[in-house]
Ligand binder design. Structure first.
Ligand code: PGA
Length: 248
């Protein structure tokens, strides 16, 4: 049995005061949740959120990590620095990093390796654009996965997020069938690259326009083990309803 993992991606939202309010409101609302809960906050908010969630069932995450231990890399943050703040998860290869900042799969793979090396679980994002959707979505996802995972030996130390680019920040999520089909395919690719046991344990999330009305439907699918949530995680009540999806 794979334990569900629900991750909020705050992107570039919230200042310190708003962060404090959101987390303080969220803590009591999700205290009985049975899933792993992660908030991936902007770097300057790590020190705000870390003490607030200490001793709760919420875990801290970041939104990127450098591929190097240290160095003259202006604007980058190392895994060692993240570890200082008790960061346990880090998103790598989010489609916004690829689209806006030109990150490439090989480099994303190096970021993932650096996270694993430092005991931080990378949440590796893959997804196809609308243009690819009706063309070669599966082979495209497979290429992305194999490039990013090239140097990952132990896949159980990684979480994969399937986020179709056309569903992120949009009005329409993928259907549960579309999401399941691709998550099951990702599991197949993992089985081919690693082994059946590895494919059974790796957790695969769906992300893209998830909200409290549709999340339970995604979670009812066999291959979907959680969600990577953008907009809907910025409101404590809405995010808590997603986290408590089994109460629906
Ligand atoms: P969304 O974002 O939930 O706002 O669509 C998801 C994401 O970008 O991870």
């Amino acid at each position: 049995m794979r334990k569900p993992i629900i991750v909020g991606n705050w992107k570039m939202y919230k200042n310190s005061e708003e962060a404090r309010k959101l987390v303080e409101e969220l803590i009591p609302l999700v205290k009985d949740a049975t899933s792993d809960i992660v908030v991936c906050v902007p770097f300057p908010l790590l020190h705000v959120v870390q003490p607030l969630i200490k001793g709760t069932n919420i875990t801290l995450g970041a939104q990127n990590v450098s591929w190097e231990d240290e160095g003259a890399l202006t604007g980058e943050v190392s895994a060692k620095m993240l570890k200082d703040f008790d960061v346990k998860y880090v998103i790598v290869g989010h489609s916004e990093r690829k689209r806006v900042f030109g990150e490439k799969c090989r480099e994303i793979g190096m970021r993932a390796v650096q996270a694993v090396k430092n005991g931080i679980t990378p949440i590796v994002c893959v997804g196809e654009t609308l243009e690819r959707r009706n063309r070669d979505a599966k082979s495209y996802i497979k290429i992305q996965l194999l490039e990013v995972l090239e140097d990952i030996e132990d896949i159980s130390k990684v979480v994969i997020a399937y986020e179709p680019v056309w569903a992120i920040n949009g009005i329409k999520p993928a259907t549960k069938e579309q999401a399941e089909e691709m998550c099951a395919f990702i599991r197949e690719v993992i089985k081919e690259k690693y082994c059946e046991e590895a494919a059974d344990v790796v957790r695969i999330q769906y992300g893209g326009s998830v909200n409290s009305s549709n999340f339970a439907d995604f979670m009812a699918m066999d291959s979907i083990d959680g969600g990577l949530i953008g907009r809907a995680c910025l409101d404590a009540k809405e995010f808590s309803k997603i986290i408590n999806y089994q109460d629906k």
